[in-house]
Design a protein around this ligand. Sequence first.
Ligand SMILES: [Zn+2]
Length: 302
Amino acid sequence: MTHTFETHYADLRRRAVLQLEARRKECDALDPAFAALRAKRSRVFSMPAQGAKLTLSTLRLEEEALLKRYGLPKDYLMPSYACPLCQDTGYVGSPVKRKCACLLKLEQQNRVEAGRINEREVFSHFSDDIYPDEASLVNGRKILAYCQKYAETLPSPKIPQLYLFGQAGRGKSFMGNAIAARAIERGIDTLRLTAYRMTEEVMNGFSTNVSPLPRFTQVPLLVLDDLGTEPMIPNVTAEALFAIADQRNSGRLATVYISNLTKDGLRERYGDRIASRIMDENITRSIEFKGNSLRYFGEDDR
Ligand SMILES: [Zn+2]
């Protein structure tokens, strides 16, 4: 398993532990009997094996009865794993371990996403030759260095959001692709899509009753390209974009927004509620792609 998937599972397990601790505290505030049960259980482990098993199941029944008295579910004091099958380890089976369905799914998503990335658009294909003049070359190298550092520090770069903007043909999408490609190479679950496809998938979600939004809002790296060119469908586009921008902003999740719109243009099109989350100066680095059109970026070099 790659390092990043391991981190993903470690995060999930940590979350389960924290949630359990919070529920324990909640129960302790209700009744001191909960703490007493826990103390009894910790003593069980110094008992002989046959007795221990019996005592544990008796204690378990006592706990369930106690929880029931307070109207709480009987598994309230068990860890709640995102995947109960593997208890958020990614593996099932003993003694022979095999990959859990949840890990296979993660890997599959990663492969699908890798297949969508244009393999020419990676950092190693960055070339000075594409810059028509010295000023854009200097600017381009600075942007490259920043984006590379961003990609290397994923999934938690110091500044989690990027807003890459400027006129068409300046290499914004190239950088977005290169970041996504490097993230995937590093085993980070990544989603790269255009705002147009984002809208389309949200629309499809209505007919299939499977909303794509949880994936859009939670994937560790989202690269949203061509923001501003998608159709503004009433009750769909702005709502979906707000959900994405708001949740990713508050979770400080790595997000790369790419657009032809200036900051003012973005505010004009989507309103302050959305724009303020995309361009939140506390967590967003805005990078303007300036200068003349680059010679080889774009459709003509395929
Ligand atoms: Zn699992």
